[in-house]
Design a protein around this ligand. Structure first.
Ligand SMILES: [Zn+2]
Length: 441
């Protein structure tokens, strides 16, 4: 082909000029290309979120199930701060069946939770009542729900299009009656035990309390071994750092942080340090990122600490003027009223969740990070008021350049792989012999 002379080329361009003027500019074309890419990415994210097994390892919706006037199958509004209905609790909430379907959340660990100050037989009874509530929820709706106690059961239920309920006990005080109770909880379908809540147990230190045991006591270590033998995940969320290290050393199976974020971003002692995240992952474990505003955002954490300090004398006063469990609601109402007079806390954006996921992935790889929202147990960041917002995380990760495989890992495959490994270790240990005595701490 002969090349046109520069002059002929210029003539051709000039002749075409009027037509060129009608064409979109280079900027317009680039913007259109970007738009197409965005649409494509959003469509890809929706498809991926639909196809993947999406699991959340910590929701606190269980207490609602015990309220006869509340139905998991009705659609509710998200909670609004301060929207107490005279109950001392917000009227709305973050998770129900219709919104789980809309948000593409296929399954969740319902937290079995009793405050750490309740111990002994009353704690066990209240845990059993909540386990019953979760099991009744599933038994009453076999077409919609399935209870899963293994990774294989999760996959079967997902393939059948069902919403999956799993259970985790949040606090070792619920087994304070000993290893026999631990085994019974496991037999009822509990698949993780959070070693502590915000106060120490008789055998483990909490990140929210003054150290009393230098981590795990000998009995605490026997709890970890028995959890391994029963195929129940050892959960280190809420644990003191020393408890974390002791549990990691004592456990033959990899362990989970069911709802914890990164201390490098928000210095809350309840979050995991980089060193802890790396060690957890090196042993095959997963960190499931918590969405609570103060765990995500350092400024919110600092402001919340200051607020707690300001409210401490009022709380102490209320303990004197309105003592006892029968006045707990009254005290909470009074505290809420006092808190509402203080300046509002800063509220981070939901995008902080993605920042924490990305931080943990950079430390540990995409096979050791997942989602543990704390929905219905914590105040959420702006844009993640309820479970319907979940697909935004999938899209944001794709937009960051994460592969579809990495996103599937984070959405649910990592925790399934962990469950499979824990089940395998349990089979090995059971083949080796029977469990410990029903001994108490
Ligand atoms: Zn918690």
């Amino acid at each position: 082909m002969t090349r046109p002379s520069p002059a002929a080329f210029l003539v051709a361009v000039l002749l075409c000029a009027p037509a060129l003027a009608q064409l979109p500019s280079a900027n317009d074309l680039a913007a259109r290309a970007r738009q197409l890419e965005t649409d494509d990415l959003a469509a890809r994210a929706r498809q991926l979120h639909r196809d993947a097994i999406v699991l959340d390892t910590h929701i606190d919706t269980t207490w609602r199930l015990l309220d006869a006037e509340w139905s998991f199958f009705d659609r509710h509004e998200p909670a609004v701060r301060g929207s107490a209905r005279g109950t001392g609790r917000p009227a709305g909430n973050a998770v129900d069946y219709p919104r789980m379907r809309e948000g593409g959340l296929d399954g969740a660990f319902f937290s079995i939770f009793v405050p750490g100050t309740v111990t002994g037989p009353p704690a066990v009874v209240r845990a059993l009542e909540q386990i019953d509530a979760v099991r009744q929820l599933v038994e009453g709706h076999p077409g919609e729900m399935a209870l899963a106690t293994s990774a294989a059961e999760v996959r079967v239920a997902h393939a059948a299009g069902k919403t999956i309920a799993l259970m985790g006990v949040e606090g070792g005080h619920m087994i304070s009656e000993g290893l026999a109770v631990l085994r019974d909880l496991a037999r009822l379908g509990v698949r993780y035990l959070t070693l502590t809540h915000t106060v120490n147990t008789d055998w483990a230190d909490s990140s929210g309390d003054t150290p009393a045991h230098d981590g795990l006591t000998d009995f605490g270590k026997s709890v970890v071994r028995e959890l391994n033998r029963m195929g129940v995940m050892v959960d280190v969320s809420h644990a003191a750092d020393k408890t974390f290290w002791d549990a990691l050393a004592a456990s033959r199976a990899p362990i989970i942080a069911s709802h914890s974020s990164c201390r490098a971003i928000s210095e809350h002692p309840r979050n995991l340090s980089d060193e802890m995240i790396k060690a957890l992952a090196a042993k095959g474990g997963v960190i499931q990122i918590n969405y609570m505003d103060a765990y995500l955002d350092h400024d919110t954490y600092v402001a919340q600490e200051a607020r707690d300090k300001a409210l401490a004398p009022i709380r102490a006063d209320l303990e004197k003027t309105h003592p006892g469990p029968e006045n707990a609601q009254k005290r909470m109402q009074e505290l809420r009223a006092a808190a509402s007079a203080l300046p509002p806390l800063p509220r981070p954006s939901w995008e902080k969740i993605v920042e924490h996921i990305d931080h943990a992935v950079k430390l540990a790889g995409d096979e050791h990070v997942g989602l543990g929202s704390d929905f219905d147990g914590a105040s959420m960041p702006v844009g993640m008021e309820d479970v319907t917002h979940l697909p935004k995380i999938t899209e944001a990760l794709l937009r960051k350049g994460y592969s579809e495989r990495a996103v599937r890992n984070i959405l649910g495959e990592n925790v399934l792989r962990l469950m499979e490994r824990v089940e395998q270790v349990a089979r090995e240990l059971q083949a080796e012999g029977r469990g410990g005595t029903p001994g108490r701490p």
